[in-house]
Design a protein around this ligand. Structure first.
Ligand code: NAD
Ligand code: LMR
Length: 336
């Protein structure tokens, strides 16, 4: 009798383990042959939660997939090329990461990329709606502030929009803030915790230095300079690359971290927190990045606005009109 009850319990606990921890996910990278796509795919190939890595682009994916498939990690790698194969690339994906589209050259703003990249996001989102409507979708493509509302509208029209599953990737702003603060304080950047809220362009990027751990103390001028450096860090890389594109390696790192956090949340791991640009009621802007707790269904909890000091309240005042304009542009495009 006791033996049978023990066996029953063991079966039950195995069942609850297998339902709460799937440990078996398909990730699709759209734009996988690009400057971000290739190193991002390399990092995802090393993530033990990924069992199927699907690489989509309009060029070179057979080669990228063949190359990555020789790495001795458990995930299988598949390459898909051209619009005809987008559906197969996305079919059944749990997480879709999108770095497809053109990057900036010196002198351009992220908004200057809209004309090319908006259409790319619209097409990919329409296929996501058909092939993997429950997937977590993480958009890296710029202008992020506008591309995320475009995807939301497309998913809404298809009747599958879930605001808890659509994300604009602003992780690079957090990664940069940690790197610069770590350097300034002489501490390991991995020990730095700082919320970066708002959006992902110029004044909409708001590092909340007053909430930094360890505490960041500095004159008003030091804080202003550091804030502006974080806001303009993308342009710093664009200038240094002198026409050869924008941040790719640091973005691949940030994208792999964000996708990894989505997978941890899906997998039932606790206390997974990332800042990301999502549909929001935290401010007047319909999309806004704040710290989020990630779980099995995407956003489990929006942790809201961190406490802001007077300087940061002014940053917020400057960001909101810009964000609203960027968002409206996306909504208008998707509904045109
Ligand atoms: P890239 O030109 O090196 O690569 C882009 C890739 O997208 C190319 O391989 C291209 O073939 C592919 N592509 C183009 N049209 C496509 C389509 N319709 N479907 C699928 N793939 C398509 O550019 P990159 O440096 O990798 O940058 C990609 C995007 O990421 C840019 O828009 C850039 O501004 C953005 N970015 C965002 C952040 C961020 O923090 N969110 C950081 C860096 C770059
Ligand atoms: C970045 O912040 O590096 C990206 O948004 C790319 C860019 O154009 O700056």
């Amino acid at each position: 009798m006791l033996k049978q009850a023990t066996k029953q319990l063991a079966i039950q606990s195995m069942r609850s383990f297998s339902t709460s921890r799937q440990n078996n996910y398909k990730v699709t990278v759209c734009g996988a042959s690009g400057g971000i796509g290739q190193p991002l795919s390399l990092l995802l190939k090393q993530n033990p939660l990924v069992t199927s890595l699907s690489l989509y682009d309009i060029v070179h994916t057979p080669g990228v997939a063949a190359d990555l498939s020789h790495i001795d990690t458990k995930s299988s790698t598949h390459g898909y090329i051209g619009a005809d194969q987008l559906g197969d690339a996305l079919k059944g994906a749990d997480v879709v990461v999108i770095p497809a589209g053109v990057p900036r050259k010196p002198g351009m703003t992220r908004d200057d990329l809209f004309n090319v990249n908006a259409g790319i996001i619209k097409d990919i989102a329409a296929t996501v709606a058909k092939q993997c409507p429950k997937a977590m979708v993480a958009i890296i493509t710029n202008p992020v502030n506008t591309c995320v509302p475009i995807a939301a509208e497309v998913l809404k029209k298809a009747g599958v929009y879930d605001p808890k599953r659509l994300f604009g990737v602003s992780t690079l702003d957090v990664v940069r803030a940690r790197a610069f603060i770590g350097e300034a304080l002489g501490v390991d950047p991995q020990q730095v915790n700082i919320p970066v809220i708002g959006g992902h362009s110029g004044v909409t990027i708001m590092p909340i230095l007053s909430q930094c751990q360890p505490t960041f103390k500095g004159s008003a001028d030091t804080i202003d300079k550091l804030t502006k450096r974080i806001q303009e860090a993308g342009t710093e890389v664009v200038k240094a690359k002198a026409g050869a594109g924008s941040a790719t390696l640091s973005m691949a790192y940030a994208g792999a971290r964000f996708a990894g956090s989505l997978l941890k949340g899906l997998d039932g791991q606790k206390n997974v927190v990332e800042c990301s640009y999502v549909q929001s009621t935290v401010t007047e802007a319909a999309f806004f990045a704040t710290p989020l707790v990630l779980g099995k269904n995407g956003i489990q909890e929006n942790l809201g606005l961190p406490k802001l000091n007077d300087y940061e309240k002014k940053l917020l005042e400057a960001a909101i009109p810009e964000l609203k304009k960027n968002i409206q542009k996306g909504v208008d495009f998707a509904n045109a």
